[in-house]
Design a protein around this ligand. Structure first.
Ligand SMILES: [Mg+2]
Length: 317
């Protein structure tokens, strides 16, 4: 963990999970997904039915392909490839349509990320299908911040769909962007998602911004157990943390002090292990003097490659 944090001053790329991280899609997605899931259960001859909340808690961070396969297996069935594809497409269609109707832009996401974009390449790394992520980014006003060629899907960016917690999609994203693991930072809200990023060897932060307050303590503890370097509760906190490389740690100390007096103090207190020690200690791992290169994110990726010739080979899980 300490090693991860000491290298955060070199972060060039933000690998952002999408659902539940960039927008509060988990609950509305499961409202629509539960209907399809129950249609599947009926087709399998099962009397088991799922409410949206039950399905969300049981399968968050996994894609529907994995869920459908597991549920069928639990009922003693094996879906054929054609059957599985039909169910995956139907769930994708219904969920995407629903999310496009209900999601809205959130200034607390759009504005911090827009401010981060000039200095960081932004990418999405999701278990969901690209078409669903595209719909959500459009509905939430984020599409312009995440170029289409930096949207990575465990469902359709890989030779074989491979859902988180497998690290495949993060390894693919890091390799595609040719970014060393200490120059990329993953931000995840779910435990399987964090497991995926950590297994790919990436420094990872948990983000509970869209997690219900009642679920935050347990989520924060679970994220910490699987190896995240810290847990934030807003995108502004990430902006402040990354700003310390330009402000010698002052912004990080400021963020910590601010959050000590906020309702999220317990979450933020888990940021660097040093957070509970002193602002100067806190500032060190993030606040090392780093020269600003002053060129766009795309150039920064090139610079990262030049400086880190072995950096395009993330550690295997
Ligand atoms: Mg998520």
């Amino acid at each position: 963990m300490t090693a991860q944090l000491k290298r955060m001053d070199a972060i060039e790329v933000l690998l952002c999970d999408a659902d539940g991280n960039l927008f509060p899609s988990e609950e509305p997605a499961f409202d629509a997904s539960a209907k399809v899931t129950n249609q599947l259960m009926q087709t399998l001859g099962s009397e088991r039915r799922f409410r949206a909340q039950e399905l969300r808690l049981a399968t968050a961070g996994q894609n529907f392909r994995t869920t459908a396969t597991d549920l069928a297996a639990a009922e003693g069935h094996t879906l054929t490839d054609d059957q599985l594809e039909r169910w995956v497409l139907e769930e994708k269609r219904q969920v995407s349509a629903h999310l496009g109707r209900v999601l809205r832009p959130d200034p607390e996401v759009v504005r911090p990320l827009a401010r981060l974009k000039p200095e960081h390449a932004l990418a999405t790394v999701s278990s969901s299908a690209s078409s669903r992520v595209d719909v959500c980014l459009e509905a939430t006003g984020l599409a312009g911040l995440f170029p289409p060629d930096r949207r990575y899907s465990a469902e359709d960016s890989l030779p074989v769909p491979t859902s988180k917690p497998d690290p495949a999609v993060y390894l693919h994203a890091a390799q595609s962007l040719q970014v060393g693991r200490y120059r990329a930072l993953a931000i995840e809200d779910s435990v399987p998602g964090a497991q995926s990023a950590v297994a790919a060897g990436l420094p990872t932060l948990g983000n509970v911004m869209f997690v219900a307050l009642s679920e935050r303590p347990a989520r924060t503890a679970a994220l910490t157990r699987v190896g995240v370097a810290g847990v934030i509760s807003s995108w502004r906190e990430l902006e402040e943390l990354l700003a310390t490389r330009r402000a010698g740690g002052l912004a990080c100390a400021s963020a910590h002090q601010r959050c000590e007096h906020s309702r999220h103090a317990s979450d933020v207190a888990q940021l660097p292990a040093a957070a509970s020690q002193s602002p100067s200690t806190l500032g060190h791992p993030f606040g090392g003097a780093v020269a600003r290169r002053g060129h766009p994110a795309g150039d920064r990726l090139g610079a990262a490659r030049a400086e880190d010739p072995v950096g395009n080979q993330p550690r295997a899980p």
